[in-house]
Design a protein around this ligand. Structure first.
Ligand code: HEC
Length: 159
């Protein structure tokens, strides 16, 4: 790691080719550093999770087609109708090209602290093939606004 990379979390940056780490380590088998999340989404491990039945048009203004995956922790919590989700809740959104088949990137939210509020989530979004210019951060300013419309920042209903 280049020395200046250590300063980036303090600046709360999501800059190009930085590798940022909120310093929270492994949560629910996910390395929550930017690098760790990139490796995780590229590995496709989440594909065994509960998934929406098919790719669909996004309800968000940008991007086209998406499919959301829920890990066991958040799936159970959504079933229980909890107001806030437990630490270790993870959701992945596959982002597709217009063809609805080619994955162009991933978004991932992971709950990293109990209770409510944007500080209890790390938000990540990156695009292939390099995943070198990602959104990454606890309470990321680009992400929490829309997601505050959901229940504890989760906007997709359980499939
Ligand atoms: C303009 C509003 C908007 C912004 C900004 C936004 N999202 Fe979302 N997000 C949505 C909507 C709507 C969905 C539901 C799925 C869909 O229709 O795409 C969603 C779904 C998701 C999901 C699947 C879980 C869920 O809550 O439904 C993840 C993960 C996610 N977004 C991550 C992010 C990240 C990371 C950012 C910041 C880089 C971000 N989002 C910014 C609107 C937004």
């Amino acid at each position: 790691m280049r020395p200046f990379a250590l300063l980036l979390p303090l600046l709360f940056a999501c800059g190009p080719s930085s590798s940022v780490d909120e310093g929270l380590g492994v949560i629910q088998e996910l390395d929550t550093s930017e690098q760790g999340i990139t490796a995780f989404v590229q590995s496709g491990q989440y594909r065994s999770w509960l998934a929406e039945p098919s790719v669909h048009e996004t309800r968000a203004p940008h991007g086209s087609k998406v499919r959301v995956f829920f890990n066991d922790v958040v799936a159970q919590s959504l079933r229980d109708g909890n107001a806030t989700h437990p630490v270790g809740s993870i959701l992945v959104k596959e982002l597709f090209e217009d063809d609805g088949k080619t994955v162009r990137g991933h978004a991932l939210d992971v709950k990293i602290a109990p209770g409510s509020g944007k500080d209890t989530w790390i938000f990540y979004e990156g695009f292939g093939p390099s995943y070198s210019d990602n959104y990454y951060g606890r309470a990321h300013a680009t992400c929490h606004g829309c997601h505050s419309d959901g229940k504890d920042y989760v906007t997709s209903p359980l499939p």
